[in-house]
Design a protein around this ligand. Structure first.
Ligand code: ZN
Length: 301
């Protein structure tokens, strides 16, 4: 049993990380490739897995929006993405020939799963993992299972209050303008100021607090809706100097002492944290999805 192999895909907007792992999660082969069109990317992905013995399961943590309902005929299909050529692309079309059961989830649910298993979310009954980068997305896990409904969560499109006097930037989300992704994602920061936040941090003392203010409103929403044991905030924007500290302070201020629990330490240094696994969170979660696929044995084509 222990020498069964699991396939895993972490599919991002700019790169795919592929791995073959043992059932205990140890990676035995790994590759990285640029995300191009599905016609170019999918065959290369399939060829990587075809180099190995038959896989017991394949887990995919993908950018989206994507159909993650196993009961849906379109399970595993990228839906309304603005990414050219990817709407309608279906992972099963590329991988079903390998004969392994497949589980598909979102990139943030995959990263949340990785952090819950082996990272900053260990021991949490409920954990929320948010990435603030090219986009903003959150995966909420309860007892290791991703929260969702008729689709996966789309928390990055919640609209925080914006004061036009403080921030005249109207936002860049093509659907909502000044939703939190439209205001605080990496591309929104470049649109507004012409530079990334880590550069601005030493130049404009207002930049980090402003972006953190939107994320603090967002964090409060996550707390009030899900009452997580811990919030994990990752992604390139969070790496700007002072960002995590400003997010903690402004979140604590907005909560105003309303939520009282030992989990919420003074200063929130243990409550709002950076990812522990860094760039490996997503592939770690995808391997776990593959392991679960192998246990379920389902293989919807
Ligand atoms: Zn939006």
């Amino acid at each position: 049993m222990s020498d069964k192999l699991i396939g895993a895909v972490e599919a991002g907007g700019t790169k795919f990380v592929l791995a073959v792992a043992l059932m205990d999660g140890r990676i035995v082969d790994r590759a990285r490739m640029d995300t191009r069109s599905p016609e170019q990317t999918f065959p290369e992905m399939a060829a990587f897995f075809a180099r190995h013995a038959k896989l017991a399961g394949i887990g995919i943590a993908s950018f989206g929006p994507i159909d993650i309902n196993p009961a849906s005929p379109a399970y595993g299909t990228v839906t309304t993405t603005p990414k050219p050529g990817w709407s309608g692309a279906r992972y099963h079309d590329a991988l079903s020939g390998l004969g392994a059961p497949i589980l598909v989830d979102t990139d943030v649910n995959g990263a949340a799963l990785g952090e819950w298993l082996k990272g900053a979310g260990r021991g949490c009954e409920t954990v929320a993992y948010t990435t603030v980068g090219t986009g903003i997305g959150t995966g909420v896990l309860h007892m290791g299972i991703a929260r969702g409904g008729i689709s996966h969560l789309e928390a990055g499109h919640i609209r925080p209050p914006r004061d036009p006097g403080r921030d005249p930037f109207v936002g860049r989300c093509p659907y909502h303008g000044d939703c939190v992704e439209g205001l605080a994602s990496g591309p929104a920061i470049i649109d507004r100021w012409g530079a990334p936040l880590d550069v601005l941090a030493g130049r404009d003392p207002n930049a980090v607090p402003l972006i953190a203010s939107y994320l603090a409103d967002f964090a409060v929403n996550l707390i009030l809706l899900h009452m997580p044991d811990r919030l994990i905030f990752g992604g390139g924007v969070m790496k700007a100097p002072g960002m995590l500290e400003s997010l903690r302070a402004q979140t604590e201020g907005r909560l105003a002492g309303y939520v009282l629990h030992p989990r919420l330490d003074a200063g929130l240094a243990d409550y709002i944290v950076a990812p522990f696994l860094g760039d490996d969170a997503g592939i770690t979660g995808a391997i776990e999805l593959g392991r679960r696929a192998s246990c379920q044995g389902s293989n919807r084509q």
